[in-house]
Design a protein. Structure first.
Length: 159
């Protein structure tokens, strides 16, 4: 029996998360075993596959980093529509939190494939790769190695 159920909005999707008394989670119906690895880092096992998940920020509004993508989950109000995506989330990549640019793997004109690492950031002693959300061409890179970047400020523009 679930001890707590909540609907969580991740971008346009709403996902049901049930936390059970034994510590397991059911996320959209799939069982997840979650173990803390260290401050802000967890090992999550779903269907026998282990994943590293990182979190930063306040507990009531954290940034979650999984598989090169940053999420800002919120408890869903199913009576209101999802926030519309801005051009920033569609064609630009931004830092999910204040971070330092550690590496830049692309230049304007480069073709990239979905999942390619474009920039590597460091925040809270974690390495955070920014990956291409889709195939495209790099239009511009608005940062340099060593820059301190802020969330929401476009770092790479893709077309």
């Amino acid at each position: 029996m679930a001890t707590r159920a909540v609907d969580v909005r991740l971008g346009d999707a709403v996902v049901r998360v049930d936390r059970h008394a034994d510590g397991t989670l059911h996320i959209a119906g799939a069982q997840a075993l979650v173990d803390s690895v260290g401050e802000g880092e967890w090992r999550v096992v779903v269907d026998g596959h282990a994943h590293r998940v990182f979190a930063a920020g306040p507990s009531d509004a954290p940034w979650i980093w999984y598989d090169g993508v940053a999420y800002r989950p919120e408890v869903a109000d199913t009576h209101r529509p999802a926030r519309t995506r801005s051009r920033d989330s569609a064609g630009n990549l931004s830092a999910p939190m204040p971070a330092t640019v550690r590496a830049i793997a692309v230049a304007p004109g480069d073709r990239v494939a979905r999942g390619d690492t474009l920039i590597v950031l460091e925040a809270m002693k974690m390495e955070l790769p920014l990956k291409a959300p889709a195939d495209g061409i790099v239009v511009s890179v608005a940062c340099q190695v060593g820059d301190l970047v802020q969330p929401g400020v476009p770092l790479v523009e893709l077309a």
